[in-house]
Write a protein that binds this ligand. Structure first.
Ligand code: MN
Length: 202
């Protein structure tokens, strides 16, 4: 609850050594009118997906071990992590072993979104939705489209959330993109190809 007046990226920067990690330091500005989302496949100690939504000038972030589902009946655990800078939405590469989050990062999906949440026919803005632990957004990605809800199921800043496909025309229980799709939407590369190419450059 504290730290509201501090730099929102303080925790992000404190965890990283930018002399070693190629990750962005977070000096970028937002680029477009529509807020962005990004999903990164991250092969750290354990392979997981990182789901990030632009809210209040940062990327609010959750680690989603199994990745997003397109099946409304299949909710996925989402563990909140520190806010990331907006320019992290462009990051793909290798964080050196031994550094925080060491491992390969692949841009698994990216796009824009709009806020869906209303209460009594009035829009509920994203910062309030985040604080209340109830977010509803329409994603316009390359792999994911349609409504997704993020619902906090435990109180507290570290409380767990669930990522749930909402019921709409974009729902599709027959798809399983988190298992079936393993290339970058930006470069077409797999995790192994990104790791190999970055090693050649080093
Ligand atoms: Mn991660």
């Amino acid at each position: 609850m504290a730290e509201q007046n501090q730099d929102p990226l303080r925790e992000y920067r404190a965890k990283r050594d930018f002399a070693r990690s190629p990750e962005p330091q977070g000096n970028g500005m937002r680029r477009g009118k529509k807020p962005v989302f990004v999903i990164q496949l991250h092969d750290a100690g354990t392979r997981h997906f990182d789901f990030r939504l632009e809210i209040d000038g940062v990327l609010k972030s959750w680690a989603v071990p199994k990745g997003p589902s397109t099946d409304p009946a299949d909710s996925r655990l989402a563990v909140p992590t520190e806010d990331h800078p907006l320019d992290y939405a462009d990051f793909e590469g290798v964080i050196p072993a031994g550094e925080y989050g060491g491992g390969t990062v692949l841009l698994w999906d990216a796009g824009t979104f709009r806020n869906l949440r209303e209460q009594k026919q009035e829009p509920v803005d994203l910062p309030r939705s985040y604080a209340e632990g109830k977010i509803e957004v329409w994603l316009e990605g390359q792999r994911l489209r349609g409504g997704y809800a993020l619902i906090r199921t435990e109180e507290g800043a570290d409380g767990r959330w669930l990522l749930i496909k909402m019921k709409d025309d974009e729902a599709d229980p027959a798809r399983d993109p988190a298992t079936e799709e393993d290339t970058s939407v930006r470069s077409g590369r797999t995790l192994a190809e990104i790791a190999a190419e970055e090693q050649e450059q080093a």
